[in-house]
Design a protein around this ligand. Sequence first.
Ligand SMILES: [Zn+2]
Length: 394
Amino acid sequence: MLPPLDTPCALCRHQRAEADEWDDDAGVALRVCTRCANDGELGRRLPRASYLVVHSEAASATTETLGLYWTVSSDGAAPKTPSIVAIANLREPDSLPLGVQPGLFWRRRLLCHVPTNFDGDPLWFEHIAKHSQGDALLGVLKADADSVGAVLDESLHGSTSIRALSSISRQLDDFFAGRLKHELESNTAWQSIYTVFGGGDDLLLVGPWNVMFDFAGKINELFYLGFKRWRLTLSAGLALAKWKRPIKFAAAQAEDLLQQAKTATAPDESTAKDQLAALGQVWKWKHHAAIVGAGKRLVGWVDDESMPRGWLHTLLELAESRFGDPATGRVADPLATARLAHHVVRNYPSGTEIRRWGDTLVDDFDTCQRVETRYLPAIVRYALTATRNPSKEE
Ligand SMILES: [Zn+2]
């Protein structure tokens, strides 16, 4: 017989609630379990953390993992308790903190970037979502390197040295835990991105949805530069989620999309992988900039009022009817091109940039030779999300 749970934790619902956690959004205190309360406290201290400290004995405010106890320290000097078995330097991972015995120093890079407000406190997911363009949604990005084992097998063929293998895995870890951290810290465009984890050969990040589209492209660009000689590629899934939903659901959705990127073939392509899955479609990275750029161009036209937002709904409906949808059993409409031509001729003023764009789309709608036509559903969904009024529920 297990003891009754009484009130379960309001966050994880797995353990008995034993502490109060203030919920800014609801303006009430939530009853949470000790583990969730400790996680919340750890999260609040992360932006100012200097050292990750592992103890052999329980000390105050530490978390237990596999019989060891760890905490973060935000002091300027490294702590010197006798129970310490290892110290990692979070700010300068490669330098031995002053006064720490070399035997205790744990050289470990951690991808850790926490967006903060002016007081140095972490931004909640709600505030991160509200940094988005249009709809206040979080973008949850999960990415990892494609078939590392197989590629290395091929690249190292004939090599009997384990040194080459360990060198590549160290370079992968340096990339996910080191290079990306540097990119996040050095470019103000990425200040609102939160790192859940990154290292080894994969990562999970959360940020304003439109920023995550740009950052996904940046990650792949840097990955390509770092690993093209090994012919390693990256796949990723980007899920858009409301900030009020528990983040674990969005993380599971991002994982599903990542698997889609690794197994589904994009329109007019013959292989899977080296792709991003988002907004209901899958595309090769080589088309990413064109697709996001086309979405932004539509946003610009809606913003400067040269295109009524309602046309985006019409375009999405036409794109969906042009391609059909095997998942819902919707068959492709043979009249879609004629209906698009009617929509363009009737509405888009002749001689304008929008009309030229519309005419090109009509010409290509049957054969889909152009990237902007093949990925029109994702492009229009991007523009609809970026121009949605966040105060209105649609
Ligand atoms: Zn809990």
